[in-house]
Design a protein around this ligand. Structure first.
Ligand code: C2E
Ligand code: CA
Ligand code: CA
Length: 562
């Protein structure tokens, strides 16, 4: 059993232990031995002189009963003493076992750090000691970024090895009084104290942690790089403007909020808790509740963005973009609600509802028009994703050849084998696969060559560069020539004006989409657009659709994050 300096100091609830019971047994055995000694003195006092006299031939034989009582006494003393020694040994073994059980109950078996419960106690105790000295306690909540990917890509044994090494490295950097805890899978915490007004001590520690983390983890057959996010809170008012935290639980909660903020700001960074973060989290909880309710009430609707052949200007299809029509908050962008739906495990349900609606809408469109749908990396983790999608297509009676799914480069890091088999089974049924937001992630040339994509979409952040820099963007040019080299058709996103359009036209055959052709619109607006262009199936049978109002039909009022 390895027990570190930290674990040795912990005080947690002991395993149920009844010291009186063993003490009583102890006293009984000792009592027997003491009584036997007293009796020995009593009986021995008369039997021994008699025996001595008998042996010297100057007296008669000693009383048989008294002699037997003496022998019994001696036997009792030996028994009582041995029993007493045994019990002492037993008590020692039990004491050690209980101490071990206490350590086990308070530590994480893999890393031997404190566990969540023990950390709470250790923090509270540190707070009391620090308050007596006039010091401040800082609690650092640490979360490893994308640790799940490491487990998925290299296996759990490698993941465990990284965690163990990480803890060894962190321990070396900790001040003497600090505790390190593993709170869950890839969540850790450090609690330490510092003299009031010296928050820079904590900043220094955190910076050293980040510097250490920048060193890759070299395992036997693989080298792993890792980042982390940290949220820090102090129990007494600091420069961050947050008032005192009245107890350990509040301190932990604050560090958690700061961590959440660090994650939202893009991970691999740390933040001290500030009061505004509480409101941020409250808003996020409101959104979460709203999303759950909105999903049940059908508030999530598909909007559609036109996709056009750049050369001819002909409409060739639509990309479905989700919108949340919240009665309280208005029209909300997927950039706000998709990440939350992913986190709270609702993205598959949401996406499937939207898809069903989109298939129904698109069935009315001209058969030459395609429908593109964005798929979250979270959905691709489901090994049955392809089957579920195909089943829905069949149920909706929408032809697979008209469907294109868009996956981002981040999907390729999750489980490339699984993604490949999904792509293959979907393509076998006629569904096309686009690589979305190309250039913003980290897909390798090898992945591009090996995975059978049907199209690359150039992210609008690169396309917008065509407006400046002499209407040239080396990145767009490079992506276009890469697509040509790999024989992959391309779509340029974010065509906002004629300037960009003309720059793209000079680069060859492309598909394009963007506000130049129109903002994303709801189903009614699209139907009206297609009807006037004579591109609705059995348009005469469908009847006139209500003309969309700018506010309800287009995304001008969409609520976005800053
Ligand atoms: P995306 O796939 O890159 O979609 C294009 C985004 O760019 C859309 O934002 C669209 O409204 C916007 N956009 C289109 N043309 C222009 C333009 O000319 N200029 C500018 N500035 N922006 C333009 P939106 O609809 O807010 O979607 C944001 C992202 O949310 C999408 O990025 C997509 O990754 C994701 N998303 C949308 N719908 C869904 C969905 O149903 N499921 C999943 N998983 N993700 C979705
Ligand atoms: Ca897309
Ligand atoms: Ca994009």
């Amino acid at each position: 059993m390895i027990c570190t300096r930290h674990e040795a100091t912990i005080l947690t609830d002991p395993i149920p232990f009844n010291p009186l019971q063993s003490a009583r047994r102890d006293i009984v055995a000792l009592g027997i031995a003491v009584a036997a000694v007293l009796m020995l003195i009593g009986t021995g006092g008369s039997v021994l002189p008699q025996t001595l006299r008998a042996l010297l031939g100057s007296g008669g034989r000693p009383d048989v009963i008294l002699a037997n009582a003496l022998l019994l006494n001696i036997a009792l003393i030996i028994f009582g003493w041995r029993r007493y020694r045994e019990l002492l040994r037993e008590i020692e073994v039990r004491r050690q076992a209980e101490a071990r059980a206490q350590v086990l109950a308070a530590t994480d078996p893999l890393t031997h750090c404190l566990n969540r419960r023990a950390m709470l106690d250790a923090t509270e105790q540190m707070r009391l000691r620090a308050a007596a000295r006039g010091d401040v306690v800082a609690y650092c909540m640490i979360d490893l970024d994308n640790f799940k990917q490491i487990n998925d890509m290299h296996g759990h044994a490698a993941g465990d090895a990284v965690l163990v090494t990480l803890c060894e490295r962190i321990r070396k950097l900790l001040p003497r009084d600090a505790h390190l805890a593993r709170l869950g899978g890839d969540e850790f915490a450090i609690v330490t104290s510092f003299p009031a007004g010296n928050t820079d001590r904590v900043d220094d520690l955190v910076i050293r942690l980040f510097a250490d983390m920048a060193e890759p983890f070299c395992l036997t057959d693989v080298t792993i790089e890792l980042t982390m996010s940290i949220g820090v809170a102090a129990d007494v008012e600091t420069d961050s403007g947050a008032g005192s935290a009245g107890d350990a639980a509040t301190l932990l909660h604050r560090a958690d909020m700061a961590l959440y903020h660090a994650k939202k700001q893009g991970r691999n960074r740390y933040f001290w808790f500030e009061t505004g973060m509480e409101a941020e989290l409250r808003f996020r909880n409101q959104l979460e509740t709203g999303i759950r309710r909105g999903l049940a009430l059908g508030e999530f609707v598909p909007f559609y963005e036109q996709q056009v052949d750049l050369d001819t200007g002909t409409l060739v299809g639509f990309e479905m973009l989700a919108r949340w029509r919240s009665p309280q908050l208005g029209l909300i962008s997927p950039e706000i609600f998709v990440p939350i739906a992913e986190e709270i495990g609702l993205i598959t349900e949401m996406s499937e509802k939207l898809m069903d609606q989109a298939f129904r809408d698109a069935r009315e469109w001209d058969e030459s028009l395609t429908l593109s749908i964005n798929i979250s990396p979270v959905q691709l983790r489901d090994p049955w994703f392809a089957q579920r999608l195909l089943k829905r297509l069949v149920a909706a009676g929408f032809p697979a050849r008209r469907l294109e799914i868009e996956i981002t480069e981040s999907c390729l890091h999750e489980n490339i084998g699984l993604v490949r088999s999904m792509i293959v089974s979907l393509r076998n049924q006629g569904v096309k696969i686009s690589l979305d937001d190309f250039g913003t992630g980290y897909s390798s040339f090898e992945q591009l060559r090996d995975l059978p994509f049907d199209r690359i979409k150039i992210d609008r952040s690169f396309v917008s560069e065509l407006r400046h820099q002499d209407k040239r963007s080396r990145i767009v040019e490079a992506i276009v020539s890469l697509g040509r080299g790999l024989d992959l058709p391309l779509t340029a996103e974010g065509v906002e004006d004629e300037e960009i359009l003309n720059a793209l036209k000079s680069m060859g055959r492309l598909k394009a989409q963007g506000y130049f052709y129109g903002q994303p619109e709801d189903a009614d607006a699209v139907r009206a657009r297609l009807q006037s262009a004579g591109r609705l199936i059995q348009s005469s049978a469908l009847g006139a659709s209500p003309a969309p109002t700018p506010d309800s039909g287009t995304e001008q009022s969409t609520f976005r994050t800053a």
